[in-house]
Design a protein around this ligand. Sequence first.
Ligand code: PMP
Ligand code: GLN
Length: 412
Amino acid sequence: LANKYNGLEKNVWVEFIDLNAKLNPLNLGQGFPDFMPAESVIKELAKSCEKEASPLLHQYTRSMGHPRLVKALAKLYSRLIGREINGMTEVLISGGAYGSLFCAVMSNVGPGDEVIIIEPFYDCYDPLVKLAGGTPRYISLRSSDPQDESSASWKLDPAELRSLFNTKTKAIILNTPNNPLGKVFTREELTQIADLCKEFDVMVISDEVYEWLVYEGQEHVRIASFEGMWDRTITIGSAGKTFSLTGWKLGWAYGPAHLINNLQVAQQNCVYTCQTPGQEALAAALELEIKKLGSRDSFFYKMVTDLKGRRDMMTRACKDAGMIPIVPEGGYFMIANWRPLESKTNLSDEKDDCADYRFVKWLAKTWKLLGIPPSAFYSKEHKSQAEDYIRFCFYKKTDTLLKADEILKQWK
Ligand code: PMP
Ligand code: GLN
């Protein structure tokens, strides 16, 4: 293994997907729905494979992204950001959001650069920054009110945040709605971050893959739309999360041409281009959705409305079992404090350093219910902040959620 990968061997997804295959538990671990995704996109994919369709749809498309798709995305985000986006120069299609994260970090961060990462963070941010030769600087969201059971009470300390910015700071990686916490950053919180980025000339990599999954009463705010922020922001999205088809592995980044061009340099020397038929299908589905945007007929509206019911089911199941859930304002994950049930566990056979890993493995083996240990979303120094929690994915069939509820009740 090349030196640069030393220390990066352990990966939470590889480990827990393996465990799932071995134990076959009820799977509320890795984030994906266990039902059919948006029908419109599937139909469009079938169309792109019909005999009458262009044979070129099965061949390589443009490296930066299939023209029809980049144009559809430009149209969508032009409306959402409030500025005219050029699909051909300001959008990149990648292998999932992972591909955009990889290209964004690799092509903009180098030795000597510091990158601010907010904990809990999607686990690949930290290794990416290190692989690029940069230095991660961490700051944790902390519950400002232990009685408050909403992710909204988890906040950054403004003075601590400011103290991380300096002349070496190259970028900050944001994730709203946040995985695994479900926090949706408010306009005020994003303004604080944006002001610091302008003061210290820092770019933002804004991972917004759950942009459509924001529950009533909250609003998804795009930092790229703030005054003076477009030129320094790369925003990342995912078809997997937008249309519930994580297996398609298509994602995108949009931002100013000079930054997107950096990502393109990374992409053209890596995968070069992404699969064409999926891009064509996605473009057609987006064109239809753009017309319905903001209406009750919109797939995004229906998806989040449906998901709120599942979130509420999961909250009830956790509470009935005696755990303390943190109710997410966005996304399809929930973290819950399992410590009140500790006396009903026997974790002594598990060897992991972090208690949440021991608990998640014990639960999967003993009760056949799988979650994810959230300390995977913290730096080495701060893992203890997450040990009291387990993460559940609740974007599952009602039947699956009812089964989870039954398991938790039996155990209790
Ligand atoms: N960012 C976040 C916050 C995620 O939860 C995920 C997982 N879906 C990704 C990026 C990667 O997305 P994709 O599957 O499109 O690569
Ligand atoms: N994003 C998904 C999650 O958070 C998992 C992606 C992966 O398997 N790497 O559960």
